[in-house]
Design a protein. Sequence first.
Length: 574
Amino acid sequence: MYKKSRFYAAGIIFLLVSFAAIFAVNNYFGRDLKNSYLGTGEGRNGPVTVRISVVDGKITGGHVVSESETDFAKPAAQKIIDQAAASGNAEKFDVITGATITSNAAIEAVRAAYDASKGIGQKTVTYKNTSCDIVIIGAGGAGMTAAIEANRRGAKVILLEKMGVVGGNTTSATGGLNASQTRIQKELGIEDTNEQYYEDTMKGGYNKNDPALVRTLTEKSAEITDWLISLGADLTDVGKMAGSTNKRTHRPKGGAPVGSHLVSVLKKNIDEAGIDLRLRNKVTGIINEGGKAAGVIVEANGKTYKIKAKAVIIATGGFGANPEMIVQYVPSLEGFGTTNHKGATGDAFEWVKQFNAALVDMDQIQTHPTVVPGNGIMITEAVRGNGAIVVNRDGERFCSEMATRDVMSKAILEQRGKTAYLMFDQGVRESLKAIEGYAKKGLLTEGATISELAGKLSIPGDKLEATFAEYNRAQKAGEASLGRKASEMPRALEKAPFYAVEIGPAVHHTMGGIKINPRTEVIAENGNAVPGLFAAGEVTGGVHGGNRLGGNAVADIEIFGKIAADTAADYIGL
């Protein structure tokens, strides 16, 4: 009897513990099926799906079901869910610094799940054949800029984006926007000229650039900064990047990343203008009517439809995320990682074949020297511009940190391990807000002293201390050091603590692309402009030649994106 009672008691205890465990797990993960709901948002690398629990109209908890984000961004989605649980609703959120896209995807997913709790499903739009004045392919910096300007010119615009979010590679741009003779430079007492900007860009591109395109880039640069500022952009901080003679890299206050800021500003203007933006709408071809571009063919939600248009602007970006195309043009880059978002696959190059469009500089592919190995996170050149140095595993500098990207990339690959360390002190960190994002992503190795930092990285401490000492001596004496000009060493590196980030080259920018003229008209093999077809941004070639200077990509997409809209508007008679 006693044994039987003990058996029953044990069974009851087991059941109670099991129910408690199930309740705890369900409560923690939001899996109470009676009160839990799924929602999906679009992240940088794909969908972010969450499940939240809703009780009496209030969000009580939840978890991330699936996502494809980078390791540093993964926690951001859960933090968004936790914010919703703390407030009980899906109204106000604080975007997680350094993980903007993932945060917005999680917000979208939480709101969709919350709507589902109220019986509101995520809408699936069925698109029908339609028409407009100007159709723009790609909602990155160039595409959104073109859409805003075309709309201002009075055109009916449809803006198509195959990904679930706007921005493309522009979102990841950190350094800034190069511009000369700007009012911001003048206010800061910076002397610069369009001619010097032109010379720097041609030299940086090994004079392979199209001179007419570079003239347009430099002479329109001040105008585009004013235009962006009129939209609400902050470009009040001006720094210097490799290859530039003068400070001309415009960025938000404190040296904050320029890309995510511009994307948010442009998207806000798109929304306020009521422009027809269609996400997850993948263009599969351009309509050709007697050699004239007359619209596009689109796939969305498993169905195909057509948009007839008087003009077509291609702003789809480059092909840096298409390893087959990369190796086709530069076999030596096989196996390289990339800093590009996964949508940068070069789709447009197939579309323009029917128009016999000319391609230029397709084998000119840039690697960025300061990319964190394994995850594709690019460390902005502005860190070096603000004083950081690069050392190898022996604790020695081996190249001027302000050398052009191709030179620095080659030098790093010649070092033991084919990577190096970007190093700086607290003074550099305080000078550039972008570094805080790297810190929050857990990319920095920190040492209270140079010796301690060396120990954490298995670098000879005495050699690293000697390297810092010699650099600081040259900086204070106003002397050049290892080819780095005195003017390129803005501060000594002596304010503790000290920091390091492991870096190596990765495919970053495809300088080649569709041939255009300064009016962004697509040029055919016979030298004539293709009627009704325009292109802007990284999908084009000729602006950067054999090497792109840091800060020139953002200038390129903005300047030529706006020109494309104006030229297309002129073409259709607006």
